[in-house]
Design a protein around this ligand. Structure first.
Ligand code: DHB
Length: 386
């Protein structure tokens, strides 16, 4: 009796030992925290579709491990992002966090990633300083200084002497305001007024009237993804272009997610950005056509490649660690990686963990009956932060 009990016990223990590590090793969980509802829902939709497309094209096995994607909706509220990150780390034991649709949402997750030693891939947010707030942050999106400085250089080189800037009054807006002014004035231009509109109220009439009254050569705009259509509707209603004011901005304003519905008044608008659905490369043509097919014709925007390349980075890191999910090792494996994305060449700076990528100057044009940002100049390998 005793012997049988011991034998059974040993057998059960052996079974448990054999079964538990195998199960624990097989699945690597990746937890994306995204605004799937609320004002930034398009960012969530685009990133999820990009991440899922990467997995559909590359399979769900990496280095012998099965990748499980978990998507959580923070509704765009920073306290929710932080709570979900904690749950994903503590309960789901994710190996990697990712997503973060807006700067404040990313910032709220930083301390969780630091404490848990879990890499956190910023796939959307663009304020330059975010990555430095946690040693576990890496970025596959863009930064506003990176995307803005080339617009200022182009403006100074193309006869624009005075500019009014109008940006959303939070991290990325302030970053773009500062980068535009620094670069434009270094090249001999003058920013005659810096206007800031509250992020929560997409009501721009008073700011646009002020800009019009100041009669600058150009009005530079930044609003986050999802607000471009409403801003441009108000710009058109105020007839700034007719008053001789050139409208310029970052590509967040002429967002591919909304551009085609913004109307022909946008034709000719110049912006600078890291991604256009019209980017002319074999990688991007394949990406856009697969994305349209997978999403019932949603055009991919710059957020989508943040998700697609974020998954690419996670796969490449797991490949390098041969499936080891230790946070510090994964993070180390992400540093210095480079590859060709649908947006063009990109790499993760080994020192800053921020993204280095090309920035393109583009003009809104009608192509096959649809509005696109058509790239006509490239500023190669621009660093995300220093
Ligand atoms: C941020 C969000 C956006 O939608 C965008 O286009 C740029 C920056 C941000 O909050 O960091």
């Amino acid at each position: 009796m005793l012997r049988r009990q011991i034998l059974t016990g040993v057998g059960a223990a052996a079974l448990a030992l054999a079964a538990v590590p195998a199960l624990a090793q097989e699945t690597v969980k990746v937890g994306l925290i995204l605004p799937m509802t609320g004002p930034s829902a398009s960012t969530g939709r685009q990133i999820e579709a990009g991440a899922r497309l990467w997995m559909a094209q590359h399979g769900d096995m990496v280095a012998g491990k099965k990748i499980q994607l978990i998507i959580k909706d923070d509704t765009g509220a920073a306290d929710q992002s932080k709570r979900l990150a904690t749950e994903l780390v503590v309960n789901d034991k994710v190996a990697v966090l990712g997503g973060f649709g807006l700067t404040p949402l990313a910032l709220s997750v930083g301390p969780v990633a630091t404490q848990a030693k879990v890499p956190a891939v910023i796939m959307a947010a663009g304020t330059s300083t975010i990555v430095a707030t946690s040693p576990y942050f890496v970025r596959t999106s863009f930064t506003l200084p990176q995307n803005t400085a080339p617009m200022a250089q182009w403006s100074a080189a193309n006869g624009i002497k005075t500019v009014v800037t109008l940006v959303s009054d939070y991290g990325p807006g302030l970053d773009s305001e500062k980068a535009f002014k620094a670069e434009f004035e270094a090249k001999g231009g003058k920013v005659i007024e810096s206007l800031r509109a509250p992020l929560a109220t997409p009501e721009f009439a008073a700011f646009l009237q002020k800009a019009k009254d100041l009669k600058p050569d150009a009005l530079f705009l930044f609003v986050p993804s999802g607000q471009g259509a409403s801003l441009m509707k108000q710009v058109n209603e105020r007839e700034l272009a007719k008053a001789g004011i050139k409208i310029i901005g970052t590509g967040d304003v002429t967002d591919d997610d909304q551009l085609n519905g913004m109307g022909d008044a946008l034709i000719g608008m110049i912006t600078s950005h890291n991604y256009s659905a019209a980017h002319d490369s074999p990688e991007n043509k394949a990406y856009v056509s697969a994305f349209l097919k997978a999403t019932n014709n949603m055009r991919p925007n710059f957020m989508s490649v943040g998700g697609y390349d974020g998954m690419a980075l996670i796969y490449k890191a797991l490949d390098k660690t041969k499936g080891d999910t230790d946070g510090a090792k994964l993070l180390d494996a992400m540093k210095g990686v480079s590859w060709t994305s649908p947006r063009g060449p990109m790499s993760i700076d080994a020192t800053t963990r921020d993204i280095t990528q090309n920035v393109y100057i583009r003009e809104v044009k009608k192509v096959d009956g649809q509005l696109y940002n058509v790239e006509f100049a490239t500023i190669a390998n621009v660093k995300g932060s220093n």
